[in-house]
Design a binder for this molecule. Structure first.
Ligand code: ADP
Ligand code: MG
Length: 664
């Protein structure tokens, strides 16, 4: 029964218990005389028990009188009353821990002593727990785990010396049973060397497991692609624009990977609108030039449609054959598309998750491009990889928004990273305005003006159907309302529940300028590119995350006009919402926004299924422990080269049950 409860706390193995580290400590190493116990500060006191009895004073309660001390209990068992009576008969003392107020303690932790029992010589740990698991059994189990023998040190002595790390065994023992004279604040703040050792080991294990995964994948054989084929050279001559320096650098990094006989595992990241797509297209040409196929997988139909359009525009003139798998293909069309992918006739296949479904067979897959990688699970990426023949395809993953540097150094250590840190020239910065919802009238006038100048407008709503909160306007209602309020304008509606064909038609209308105002949900968040749209209204902007707002705002400012993003917010604003809107108002730099987003909301948003369930880091904090992160990265490199067995032992110890999280 206890076992099951420990399992619920995630405690299975000896090492789980060893690593179940205290939240705080109680000092039971000294006795404080009752009169000297200061209110507000728990103390250990001891007094001879004199009387005990149950009384009613408004409420039933057990009152125990000891020498100079009263203990009061509102919840108690009959057995407790009996125990106190026995203690009186035997002349025992009660040793109680808690706060003493005016000579009285309410519900203290206590036990009976004969008067001369020694005090513990270490601080008493208080462990993270949950309902039904008491501190006493937890302490016992942890002690048992510690007593089962010394813990081997998996970090080689040379590295320990370099980073001034205390031995692992000593560190965890100290954290579980700190000596009374210790600087308790350094334990609570988790900056004590013993804590730093544990955090270092955690970060090291994470680095090692990701690098091992990287090396494992690297040992696979991949087709060598050409970086100088006819198609690539023809495209280089006919580029629709001059690549930025950062695009050129990223392209070269990608091409250098593709000519290797092992699979590329590269993450291409860049701010919204930095031009990742063309780098992907160039990679696809390297595949086509090498008689290999490329698959381009996007998280939404709309985005896959847009890729199909862009790729068609760029590559069809070169004679590249593209198959687009989408939801509104007729049975016969779909069959034809699948046939061309299976026969190898299609050089590039574009689609959503549909690409990894059964029935999609590639003749010679050489490259998998995964746009907005965080929206896909490990399994989907794995499936796409397996669509290759004997050789593993190269993989190019793209991120929606920049990933803060500390995150990409840690959680993405199993990938090579290219960063496009520069926007194409001529981008006019988007002006961001904050409007309270009360200024709607003014806003409508502004939309009319913009449309009269043949500009196009996005109106983004937070959810599509009545939410539990009830006060969120639905896109459907908003569309109906705006169509009335903006009578005479052509108002379109786009949301995730529309059938694929309708979505594509709505989007095509907007792209072609047949719609003035597009009311939509966040389906346009990802990658939609309509340069003529220069005004965006985000309704209830306070409900969006930072990265999401930035991503949305990146949909405008793509043409030559001055673009404006209006964040419409409902009042009153919470402090958190105000802080978020302030960041988005003040900064247009995706890397900076991502960093703030990470600070405000934690890494969840960026990791997607990289972090399913339990967090990979329990103790280390990427921001506060930046120096340890850098040390762990350095140490991991050395350990893999010089101490591979220790490296594996370290991963096994820390990740044992869940080391498969990163494979794909
Ligand atoms: P993202 O990185 O957000 O996916 P896209 O690849 O969609 O960005 O590019 C955004 C827009 O910028 C597209 O219209 C694209 O054609 C254009 N673009 C990309 N690179 C350049 C460049 N070097 N010069 C001018 N326009 C570019
Ligand atoms: Mg994109």
């Amino acid at each position: 029964m206890k076992g099951a409860k420990f399992e619920k706390l995630g405690l299975h193995s000896r090492f789980d218990f060893v690593l179940h580290l205290p939240l705080r400590y109680e000092d039971e190493t000294v006795l404080t005389p009752v009169y000297a116990a200061a209110p507000g500060r728990p103390a250990l006191v001891q007094a001879r028990v004199l009387r005990a009895g149950v009384v009613f004073r408004g409420k039933r309660q057990l009152i125990v009188t000891a020498q100079g001390l009263v203990l009061r209990f509102f919840h108690f068992h009959a057995s407790q009353v009996a125990q106190f009576k026995q203690a009186i008969e035997k002349g025992l003392y009660v040793r109680a821990f808690g706060e003493v107020r005016l000579g009285e303690m309410v519900h203290p932790r206590y036990r009976f002593v004969s008067g001369s029992e020694p005090l513990p010589d270490t601080l008493t740990p208080v462990y993270p727990s949950s309902a039904g698991v008491g501190q006493a059994p937890l302490r016992a189990k942890v002690l048992e785990a510690l007593d089962a023998g010394p813990l081997e040190d998996t970090v080689p002595p040379g590295l320990r010396a370099r980073y001034a790390l205390p031995p692992f065994d000593e560190s965890v023992r100290l954290l579980h049973r700190p000596p009374p004279k210790i600087d308790a604040a350094s334990l609570i703040e988790r900056v004590h060397p013993a804590w730093r050792r544990v955090k270092f080991d955690e970060l090291l294990a994470q680095q090692l497991s990701l690098r091992l995964a990287y090396l494992r994948r690297r040992r696979r054989v991949a087709p060598i692609l050409r970086a100088d084929g006819a198609l690539l050279r023809a495209f280089a001559r006919s580029l629709p624009f001059k690549l930025t320096r950062a695009q050129t650098r990223s392209m070269n990094e990608v091409l250098r990977d593709l000519v290797q006989p092992h699979p590329m595992q590269r993450l291409l990241q860049g701010d919204v609108g930095s031009g990742k797509t063309i780098v992907a297209a160039i990679a696809c040409l390297a595949a086509a030039d090498s008689e290999r196929q490329a698959a381009v997988m996007a998280p939404t139909e709309i985005l896959s449609e847009q890729h199909a359009r862009k790729f068609g525009e760029w590559l069809a003139p070169l004679g590249v054959r593209i198959a687009w798998l989408h939801g509104s293909l007729s049975g016969a069309e779909k069959k034809r598309a699948l046939g061309s992918i299976a026969s190898g006739e299609a050089q590039i296949a574009i689609g959503t998750h549909a690409l990894v479904q059964k029935g999609v067979e590639f003749a010679r897959l050489g490259l998998a491009v995964i746009d907005e990688q965080h929206r896909f699970g490990v399994r989907q990426r794995l499936t796409l990889r397996r669509k290759g023949d004997d050789a593993a395809p190269h993989q190019l993953m793209m991120s929606a928004t920049p990933i803060p540097r500390t995150l990409s150094m840690t959680y993405f250590a199993d990938l090579d990273v290219s960063v496009i840190d520069e926007l194409p020239p001529g981008r006019r910065p988007v002006t961001t305005r904050l409007f309270s919802a009360a200024r709607r009238g003014e806003l409508l006038a502004r939309i009319r003006e913009a449309c009269a100048e043949s500009e196009q407008v996005y109106w983004v709503c937070p959810v599509i159907e009545e939410s539990k909160e009830g006060d969120v306007q639905t896109a459907v209602d908003t569309h109906a309302l705006l169509a009335k309020e903006l009578h005479g304008l052509r108002v379109g509606l786009l949301h995730g529940r529309l059938p694929a064909a309708e979505k594509a038609a709505v989007m095509a209308d907007f792209v072609a300028g047949r719609t003035d105002l597009l009311v939509c949900t966040t389906v346009i968040e990802v990658g939609v590119d309509v340069p003529n749209a220069s005004l965006m209204v985000i309704e209830s902007a306070e409900r969006f995350g930072l990265a999401q707002l930035h991503q949305l705002r990146g949909r405008i400012g793509r043409g030559s006009r001055e673009s404006v993003c209006i964040l419409l917010y409902g009042e009153p604003l919470s402090d958190g919402a105000r802080a978020r809107l302030k960041v988005i108002f003040e900064s247009a730099n995706g890397f900076e926004i991502a960093q703030r987003d990470l600070e405000l909301r934690g890494p969840g948003e960026y990791l997607g299924e990289r972090q399913s369930g339990e967090p990979l880091l329990r103790f280390a904090d990427l921001e506060r422990d930046g120096d340890l992160v850098r040390q762990a990265i350095e140490a991991a490199g050395e350990m893999l080269e010089q101490h591979p067995a220790a490296a594996r032992a370290q991963v096994e110890r820390w990740l044992g049950r869940r080391k498969d999280l990163t494979q794909a």
